[in-house]
Design a protein around this ligand. Sequence first.
Ligand code: GLA
Length: 385
Amino acid sequence: MSDAAGTQQLFTEYYGHAPVGVWSAPGRVNLIGEHTDYNDGFVFPFAIAERTWVALGDRADRVIRVATSFAPDPVEIHLDDLAPHAVDGWAAYPLGVAWALGRFGADLGHVRGVDLFITSDVPVGAGLSSSAALESAVALALDEHWGLGLDRPTLAKVGQLAENEVVGAPTGILDQSASLLSEPDSAVFLDCRSLDAEVIPLHFTAEGLSLLVIDTKVTHAHATGGYAARRASCEAGARGLGVSSLRDLDVDDLDRARAVLDDETFRRVRHILTENRRVLDTVRTLREQGPGAIGPLLDASHASMRDDFEITVPEIDLAAATAQANGAVGARMTGGGFGGSVIALVADDRVAELTAAVRAAFAEHGFGEPVIFTEQASAGARRDA
Ligand code: GLA
């Protein structure tokens, strides 16, 4: 278990002097709104309790050195040498952020270098955005330390640019926005076109509900294959329908879409248009009836990802179906897909039964053991020390 004090201590042991501060940022669960972000649509994520910490120390020269508790070798680079292809592996995230800050107006020609030490307890490969947690913690730390004064929506774009250009994953703005804008017991209703964000209370705990994460341990690979292919299908669908993005359409356009597009592209488009509608319906239902009433929307979102967008895998579908059949208010895959985690909203007194049912179903199918835990909607990125 990492924390701010532990990260501070590891920094001091590693570099032989104390850091000037410690910052942290969380991973995220997306409650609903999947693959809508890069279509200028709606998303509704919240920060999880697991975080990534970064301790930062000043340097007299213009070198950035970064070390972590999860990789053996530190990486260092001169600020003048930062470029999209200058770094790879895990260091592409923190150093990509440093480069991206320059692209958003930071004058990196005049700042001093820094030492960074990073720890994290956000599960990697679980679809919970360990990458955005790392990017957001580093972005906030460097912004404050260098006195850049960028606001949080801009820092989210910085993280996204690092991910797109340096890491090489064509992802949207969902994860970094969740990590930077979240507040406890709330989710962020984000319009990915205008970037207008509204923090909306969830009240899961007050309503006697638990949010379970079922990590199937099946790992995804964003940078390759499926994610990029889905993004390309959405762009093809928009082109075929004569709009700049699928955000310009809604469910009333589906008949026309069916007439114009090939079947596969039509189903990709149908997922996006119905998912945008489900995000809006979830926000409204939550406000008017409370969290106990959003279950059918979560279930419908899962079916759409499974049947229309085709980004689920057998372990994920089994987890969602078993949760739905064993008392969940609603259940769906969260994140980019092709593995990762299912979330299930469930009454507190049914958590044990549901957990046992999912474990039994996985064993029966010969699937590897899932990791199942409850999550709390938590605070976004912040300075800890
Ligand atoms: C990943 C990406 C996000 C988003 C989701 C799918 O998490 O990083 O930008 O596209 O997949 O909703």
